[in-house]
Design a protein around this ligand. Structure first.
Ligand SMILES: [Zn+2]
Length: 212
């Protein structure tokens, strides 16, 4: 785990957006700009995708990122890579210490498989992404561009026998992760509404997106 605090002050930020649990954030981040995702109340999961803003067929790739850094967890120093193995963003500060990119986002389908058939109608991150791309046709992203994601703040330890578990969160109120854009990107973040596993402490809460 790498804990590295930011030198940036929120009062000097360009933009600040509070995103409620179950809502999405979908907006450009220009090369050189810095994004902080702030876990306001703690134990939240921010399910996030990145696209090259100039060609959305280039997008965040968990496999390229993990292979190049030789580590399944993301933290300060991690370079987030695309499916063309280009650096998209770099994590420059992190007070949580570890973020997941293996667990995937929650979907109504996975909710029925993991939990119960009656969970099918519960709101899931994939629904929020679908709503975001439908409400923002100007970015040119559609359903087939939805792929690997990062679950910022989510604790998904790999067990010694190679399994994955959704464990209780390691984030807390006021913890954050910060990253600099190395190309013009689009940020698509679903603030997870999941109620069936401990990724949100069974209590989804807002996050803040802060941009410098
Ligand atoms: Zn989710």
């Amino acid at each position: 785990m790498t804990i590295l605090e930011s030198q940036l002050a929120a009062e000097n930020a360009l933009e600040r957006h509070t995103i409620g649990a179950g809502d999405y954030y979908f907006a450009p981040l220009k090369k050189g700009q810095i994004l902080r995702i702030l876990d306001l109340e703690g134990n939240q999961a921010a399910d996030t995708l990145f696209f090259n803003a100039n060609d959305v067929s280039e997008r965040y790739s968990a496999t390229d990122t993990i292979r190049e850094q030789g580590n399944v967890y993301l933290s300060a120093g991690s370079v987030l890579r695309s499916n063309l193995n280009n650096p998209m963003l770099e994590i420059t500060a992190d007070t949580c210490g570890r973020h997941d990119t293996l667990g995937g986002a929650c979907a109504t389908e996975s909710n029925t498989v993991r939990y119960d058939l009656e969970k099918r109608c519960m709101h899931a991150c994939r629904d929020s992404w679908m709503l975001a791309v439908a409400e923002h046709p100007e970015y040119g992203v559609n359903k087939r561009d939805i792929s690997h994601n990062i679950n910022f703040f989510m604790n998904v330890p790999v067990t010694s026998d190679g399994g994955l578990t959704f464990a209780d969160g390691i984030s807390g109120a006021g913890k954050y992760v910060e990253m600099v854009a190395l190309m013009d990107v689009l940020v698509l973040m679903s603030n997870c509404p999941q109620l069936n596993n401990p990724c949100n402490g069974y209590n989804p809460t807002p996050v803040e997106m802060i941009i410098w």
